[in-house]
Design a protein around this ligand. Sequence first.
Ligand code: PXG
Length: 463
Amino acid sequence: MKLTEKRSTRQAETRDWRDRDHRHYLHPFTDHKALGARGSRVITHAEGVYIYDSDGQKILDGMAGLWCVNLGYGRQELIDAATAQMHELPYYNSFFQTTHPPAVELSSLLASISPEPFKHTFFTSSGSEANDTVIKLVRRYWDLLGKPGKTVIVSRKNAYHGSTVAAGSLGGMDEMHKQTSVLLPGIEHIEQPYHFGLGAGLGEAEFGLRQARLLERKILELGAERVAAFIGEPVQGAGGVIIPPDSYWPEIQRICRQYDILLIADEVITGFGRLGEWFGSERFGIEPDLMPFAKGVTSGYLPLGGVLVSDRVADVVIAQGGEFAHGYTYSGHPTACAVALANIRILRDEGIIDRVRTDTGPYFAQRWRSLAEHPLVGEARCIGLVGAIELVADKTSGERFAKDAAAGSVCRDFCFDNGLVMRAVGDTMIVSPPLVVRHEHIDELVEKAWRCLDLTAGALGAV
Ligand code: PXG
């Protein structure tokens, strides 16, 4: 086939995919009508840190899929692990006094890489289900201890803990809450530790303490006898990569201890190496009681999530609680567990997390922070391999663009069209590349980001 014929076949195929996509496929978190008018971008394959669309464009995946493809695409060991497990035992449940090797191996391996008090895992298929599980574990814990009044979970505005009714209630996304007529009762939200957005006039350390003490104020307002737990992402992801000041987490920890409140670190994004440690909690010195996880546990190759349960909770709920009436058909799915095992072994044996901490993370920080010099950027922040830049209309005053300028979306579209996935959360641009990025990929990411900021500034008339 001649090149021109190949191209027109590909174009016809793309048109057909777009057309049927609109007619049949309802995408998550998407305005269906608007997408139909514009047409989806069809991603056909991926290799390493790049994805490819049906027009043949090669795009650097600055978001590791959706914060999950930590090992990058095309790792043969993960494919082999899934294939072998499917031959051996593709599925079996563990409801009725059975188990299987992949779930045993994975829960043991998780215990060995987790902080000391975590020896048990409850498996789910997603982060949302993990957080639903957390809610049940927390309430069961206090109930068994004879404190059934301790039911309230304090979360934060703009937190993301998932999309089921319970996990969505736990999160602090206003738009989601507005569309959900039934929200779970007993969840309270305090303001987040977002220094750029909320810390005007305050130093980082002082601001961190002030935001942490909002928890104390909430506990005193409700009465400690009603408060069961506090939940937070070590670094908020979907909310715009909110990196708390160093003073924040130790103060949260103090407050939880003082008022006898369980501490839950949602590790769905920060788990499995994103911040240069196995868990984000370790990076901040947090000692949580429960750690929900998902995403990076399989590098996204198969859906798997779970909750790491510390001895404090296990000794009550598991040792004294009788049957824990909770579980999913796919809890401990053998094929997903086999892929997670292969994924974690590669992260460990290839020293990928150490590399994030000592090499790629620091290099990323140095390159990413250089974006702060761009006229459109009010702040460039990062930690491990996750980063954010704040788009501003006026660099000196930090004034934001008008909402209808949709600066973030404009920038995001320029990025996609110019070979880079960088996500927009309002006017905050965020990246979270695969943990296997090399220096040259980081250079490419930052150079493309700079160029797309230029294009955005031009389009918005900001230069
Ligand atoms: N907790 C955290 C911290 C998350 O980031 C979930 C729980 C829920 O996981 P599941 O597997 O149920 O999706 C998440 C998911 C975004 C975006 O726009 C982020 C997530 C999901 C979808 C979109 O950044 N994080």
